[in-house]
Write a protein that binds this ligand. Structure first.
Ligand SMILES: Cc1cc2nc3c(=O)[nH]c(=O)nc-3n(C[C@H](O)[C@H](O)[C@H](O)COP(=O)(O)O)c2cc1C
Length: 105
């Protein structure tokens, strides 16, 4: 059971071949070892996180596949973000870091 006093953050990953997922899992394990609670979710688990209301820090770990494409399990998330129109302060509340995985610039 989660101790409500433990600082929580959210780790969201998108991964085609597993490397980004493995890094995300490593972050979650390290967090647990250091007294933090990391909720690990794939970006396609959209009913299990809500960035509109998220007040904990969010870490995105996302790889690139194809020709600069998002991985299959991040496609819907990316498509939704790209097709919606947001106000400039829509995600102002969000504290996040993004780590991309790829082999080209
Ligand atoms: C088929 C394929 C396509 C890739 N396309 C890109 C790309 O367009 N840009 C890039 O920076 N890296 C590309 N990469 C490199 C991957 O992003 C990199 O190996 C990454 O670590 C894979 O993470 P994953 O295992 O989580 O999918 C590609 C790799 C593969 C196998």
């Amino acid at each position: 059971m989660r101790n409500i006093m433990q600082p929580r953050f959210l780790v969201l990953y998108g991964s085609q071949k597993g490397q980004a997922q493995s890094i995300a899992e490593g972050i979650a394990e390290d967090a647990q070892d250091n007294g933090l609670v990391a909720e690990l979710k794939c970006l396609n688990q959209t009913d299990e996180f809500n960035l509109e209301k998220e007040n904990a820090p969010v870490v995105f770990i996302v790889s690139t596949t194809g020709d600069g494409e998002p991985p299959d399990n991040a496609l819907k998330f990316v498509k939704d973000i790209k097709t919606k129109t947001f106000s400039t302060d829509h995600y102002k509340h969000l504290c996040y870091r993004h780590r991309s995985r790829g082999d080209t610039e």
